[in-house]
Unconditional design. Structure first.
Length: 239
């Protein structure tokens, strides 16, 4: 949806992660939050359980963000992106670390369609120490910038990064779609995500879409929780 001024509405910037074991549970959550969120993220758990049928059902309620984090040889990823495009998916993730050819071929498969590819930079669960253990030097911020530049240079103009990297990536690539998981209010526990931030901070830094999972899914009222985050997004946009 678009506002009367031609800008996306606050709800268009909220993607609710449908981290549920069954399609019925995912649809129940999506229906509760649909008044306040226009994007629904299907991850590995739900897609593994239900497959493309989940995409078709969720698409009746809003835009589908298929979060499969594709990372394989270039031809395999290119073909997978093509299948996601044919499903009518709005957003799809690939790992930026898959390399230049994989990224180019993924971008080619999405070209000319409404599908926006999102290159995953550094997972929000990883710290600088975790990256060092895998041989990556320079820390999360530097590595995210390096991977975003690689993706951008090879035709993928959307990124996934933590709230801590949004401002830097937005400054370097002002036209990019930046999708940000790890969104938490000040009172939420960080759980398995370590590089987190608030909705307002992420939007003001330049995030295009915020991904929220547990703070909505596990709330006493998911609809009320989504409404609060929608309001925080709106407030950040007008300041």
């Amino acid at each position: 949806m678009i506002s009367q001024h031609g800008e996306p509405l606050p709800k268009d910037r909220l993607a609710v992660a449908l981290d549920a074991p069954t399609l019925d549970a995912a649809l129940g959550l999506a229906r509760q939050v649909a008044p306040h969120a226009a994007v629904f993220k299907i991850g590995l758990e739900l897609f593994t359980q239900c497959g493309p049928g989940a995409v078709a059902e969720i698409a009746k309620l809003g835009a589908v963000f298929l979060d499969l984090k594709l990372h394989d040889i270039p031809e395999t990823v290119e073909r997978a992106v093509g299948r996601a495009r044919d499903l009518g998916v709005r957003y799809l993730t690939v790992h930026a670390s898959g390399g230049p050819e994989m990224l180019r071929r993924a971008a080619h498969a999405a070209d000319g369609s409404p599908l926006t590819l999102l290159a995953v930079t550094v997972l929000t669960s990883l710290t600088d120490e975790d990256l060092a253990a895998t041989g990556v030097s320079g820390g999360a911020a530097e590595h995210a910038a390096r991977l975003a530049a690689l993706a951008w240079g090879n035709g993928v103009q959307g990124f996934v990064c933590s709230p801590l990297e949004v401002a830097a990536l937005h400054a370097r690539h002002p036209g990019a779609t930046i999708v940000t998981p790890g969104i938490r209010s000040a009172s939420d526990a960080h759980a398995d995500q370590k590089r987190v931030g608030t909705p307002g901070d992420a939007v003001r830094a330049g995030a295009s879409v915020l991904v929220v999972g547990r703070p909505i899914r596990d709330a006493a009222s998911p609809r009320d929780a989504a409404a609060r985050i929608e309001r925080e997004i709106e407030e950040a946009l007008i300041r």
